[in-house]
Ligand binder design. Structure first.
Ligand SMILES: Cc1cc2nc3c(=O)[nH]c(=O)nc-3n(C[C@H](O)[C@H](O)[C@H](O)COP(=O)(O)O)c2cc1C
Length: 359
């Protein structure tokens, strides 16, 4: 809220490394077996969308303002009415046990320390009941798929609400999991991704624990009624879809192509964002993920109308390198970079990050 109390310390960290996230990825790659590094890094198909996500942010040129009082810079904002200290959120990603023995327990602790709202994945390796007490004061949302087994889905919603999650994030872009082509992954056995959050009554067959490819916009209202929680739809890339989600009861949207892991060739999220923001106006909040790798990228996203950004792979690299400490440090570096980018762009508050900052 004030001028950044951690500035001098974080500056030092920043001075050591030009690009802390690229450095983390390098270190994670050295540490992890090839197949696991590839599982995290991969996109679907020829991975053109993975590359497009990162590239699209960097092509957006900025129009900094001069002579604005930035002696104090305030990063605080809110999502769905919940106050948060900065607009950098942790995206839901599966299978953290590949990266660290404490798996999502470490991620939850690291995110909490950095004041970052974390979206917990359905495909976590730690149960919701274990995660909640690991960071009792932190804010969590729960990412959900509508499973073929509706009873299990219902059970998940109740558990998420009981664990203190304050919103559901319905991932809409994954009727089936996009095929990854990296050779090392052919033999990788993903730890039964659903194990931790398995239903109390085992589903009749394996298929039952997969997401239902027949779901439509109607599931938004169903999830809202069943859980009593606001629903955010993740994976929206078009204005018309965004409007249909909002009409169907969504409180928020995540502009996302699943980090390039679903339809290869899908539009970069930086390119899709303005259309979605335009389409929904003030009727819902819009967040974005995919290729956010610096505070300047976050500034760009907010200038295009996103209320917050989510980061996926950087969290996994940080977790692999240094567990909860790694996650906290990485998120603090991003926050520090956003603080610096705001200062130099002449935006003292999140509200002052407006579209005219983009050339
Ligand atoms: C290894 C991995 C696992 C993921 N698992 C999930 C998941 O379980 N549910 C979900 O909605 N999105 C999942 N995602 C997508 C992320 O939530 C997010 O959209 C994406 O990672 C953002 O892009 P970035 O990695 O470039 O930051 C996953 C992404 C990765 C890289």
């Amino acid at each position: 809220v004030s001028s950044n109390p951690d500035a001098s310390r974080s500056r030092l960290i920043g001075a050591e490394l030009d690009d802390p996230i690229a450095d983390l990825e390098r270190r994670a790659r050295e540490r992890l077996p090839q197949s696991i590094y590839d599982y995290y890094a991969a996109g679907s198909g020829h991975e053109t969308t993975v590359a497009a996500n990162v590239a699209a942010w960097s092509t957006l040129r900025l129009r900094p303002r001069v002579l604005r009082d930035v002696s104090t810079v305030d990063l605080s904002t809110s999502v769905l009415g919940e106050p948060i200290p900065h607009p950098i959120l942790v995206a839901p990603t599966a299978s953290h046990s590949f990266a660290h023995p404490d798996a999502e327990l470490a991620t939850v602790r690291g995110a909490a320390r950095a004041g970052a709202l974390m979206v917990i994945s359905t495909r976590s390796n730690v149960t919701l009941e274990e995660l909640a007490p690991a960071a009792p004061d932190a804010r969590h949302w729960f990412q959900v798929y509508v499973m073929r087994d509706r009873g299990w889905t219902r059970e998940l919603l109740a558990r998420a609400a009981a664990a203190g999650c304050t919103a559901l994030v319905l991932t809409g872009d994954t009727p089936y999991v996009g095929r990854k082509l990296r050779p090392s992954m052919a033999t990788l056995r993903v730890p039964d991704a659903a194990t931790a959050n398995r239903p109390s009554a085992a589903p009749a067959d394996e298929l039952a624990s997969e997401q239902d490819p027949s779901v439509t916009f109607e599931s938004i209202e169903w999830l809202r009624e069943e859980s009593g929680l606001p629903v955010v739809v993740k994976g929206v890339l078009r204005g018309d879809d965004a409007q249909r989600c909002v009409q169907a009861g969504a409180a928020g949207l995540v502009v996302s192509n699943h980090g390039g892991r679903q339809l290869d060739g899908a539009i970069a999220t930086a390119t899709a964002l303005p259309e979605v923001v335009d389409a929904v106006g003030d009727s819902a909040e819009v967040y974005v993920d995919g290729g956010i790798r610096s505070g300047t990228d976050a500034l760009r996203a907010l200038a295009l109308g996103a209320r917050a950004v989510l980061v996926g792979r950087p969290v996994l690299w940080a977790l692999a390198v240094d567990g909860a400490d790694g996650v906290a440090t990485m998120l603090e570096q991003l926050r520090e970079q956003l603080w610096e980018a705001m200062s130099l762009a002449g935006a003292a508050t999140i509200a002052e990050i407006t579209p005219d900052l983009i050339a």
